[in-house]
Design a protein around this ligand. Structure first.
Ligand SMILES: Nc1ncnc2c1ncn2[C@@H]1O[C@H](COP(=O)(O)OP(=O)(O)OP(=O)(O)O)[C@@H](O)[C@H]1O
Ligand SMILES: [Mg+2]
Length: 262
C-alpha cells in the first residue's frame, strides 16, 4: 500500500510541487495520473521512490514512512520500486541482456555485477522477462540498435527482472507513435494483472488513461483535484482537471496493432 498523508513539497526555489496530497493506493491497483504540464505528476511519482523528497506530511510505502529514509533505506526502497522513464534510460552501448540484468543490481550489489557474477537464476529471470515482452530475440543486440518501442520493452523487462512490488512509469509512451504506445501500455497492464504489481503511470493522453486505468487521479497546480474509478470519469471530469476544454492533442488515438515484433 502507498499512503500520502498531507504531503506537500516545496522546491528549493520556493515553487510548490505538491500541496496537501492525501491519496491511498492499494496493492495491485493500476492508477493513471493525468493533468496539464506542470501539474505535479512527475513530482508525485518521483516522491514515491524519493527521487524528490516531500517537505511536509507522511508518505508510507508498505507501511513505512519513507521520508525518514537515509542511504540504506533508500537503496531498499528503490529495489522494491521499479521505474520506467520516457527516455528508456538504457545503457546504450551495453547489450539488451546486460541492461536487463541490471535489474538485479539492487539484489546482488554493484561489485558482484562489475565482475559479471550474476547467478544462473538471475540470468534465467532476465531471459524470462525478455520473453514476456517479446523481445528475447534481441538479447545480444546493443541497446542503441533498437527502435524506441523495443527499447521501452527492454526497460520493462529490466523492471520485471528487478521483481519490484511497485512500478512507477513517468510518461512511458510520450516518445512513441500511437500503435507502439498502445503496445507498451498493454504490456504494463498485463504485468500489473498477472503479477499483481501496483502500477502508477503518468500520461498526457486522456483516451489512453481511460482505456488502461482502473483509477484516475487528476492533478492541477500540485493538488489532487480528482480521484476516482474510470467508471466515474467523463469528458467533463477532464475539462475540470485541465481547466479548459479537451483538444485533439489531448488524445493519442491509433489503437490498431503495434510496431511489428521482429
Ligand atoms: N527541481 C525543481 N525545482 C523547481 N521547480 C520544479 C522542479 N521540478 C519541477 N518543478 C516545478 O514543479 C511543477 C510540477 O512539475 P512536474 O515536473 O511534477 O510536472 P508534470 O505534471 O510532471 O509536468 P509535465 O507534464 O510537463 O511532465 C512545475 O511547475 C515545475 O516547473
Ligand atoms: Mg512530468
Amino acid at each position: 500500500m502507498i499512503e500520502f498523508n498531507d504531503v506537500s513539497l516545496v522546491y528549493p526555489n520556493g515553487h510548490q510541487g505538491l500541496k496537501d496530497v492525501n491519496v491511498t493506493i492499494e496493492d495491485g491497483e493500476f492508477v493513471v495520473i493525468v493533468g496539464l504540464s506542470g501539474a505535479g505528476k512527475s513530482t508525485f511519482i518521483r516522491s514515491i521512490n524519493r527521487l524528490v523528497t516531500p517537505t511536509a506530511g507522511e508518505l508510507k510505502v508498505g507501511g513505512d514512512n519513507i521520508l525518514n529514509y537515509k542511504s540504506k533505506g533508500l537503496r531498499d526502497l528503490r529495489t522494491k520500486v521499479g521505474m520506467i522513464f520516457q527516455s528508456y534510460n538504457l545503457v546504450k552501448r551495453n547489450s539488451v541482456f546486460r541492461n536487463v540484468l541490471a535489474g538485479r543490481l539492487g539484489h546482488t550489489g554493484t561489485v558482484r555485477s562489475v565482475f559479471n557474477f550474476f547467478s544462473k537464476e538471475d540470468k534465467a529471470l532476465a531471459y524470462e522477462s525478455l520473453k514476456r515482452v517479446n523481445i528475447d530475440e534481441k538479447i545480444y543486440s546493443r541497446a542503441d540498435q533498437l527502435s524506441g518501442g523495443q527499447q521501452q520493452r527492454v526497460s520493462i523487462a529490466r523492471v520485471l527482472t528487478q521483481k519490484p512490488n511497485y512500478i512507477l512509469a513517468d510518461e512511458p509512451v510520450a516518445s512513441l507513435d500511437p500503435p507502439t504506445s498502445h503496445q507498451v501500455m498493454k504490456y504494463l497492464r498485463r504485468i500489473n494483472k498477472e503479477d499483481n504489481i501496483t502500477t502508477i503511470v503518468n500520461l498526457h493522453f486522456i483516451d489512453m488513461a481511460m482505456e488502461y486505468a482502473d483509477r484516475i487521479i487528476g492533478m492541477r497546480s500540485g493538488e489532487v483535484v480528482f480521484d476516482g474509478p474510470v467508471s466515474e470519469v467523463s469528458e467533463a471530469t477532464f475539462e475540470e482537471i485541465y481547466g479548459r476544454s479537451i483538444r485533439e492533442d489531448d488524445l493519442r488515438g491509433g489503437a490498431e496493432d503495434g510496431e511489428q515484433h521482429q
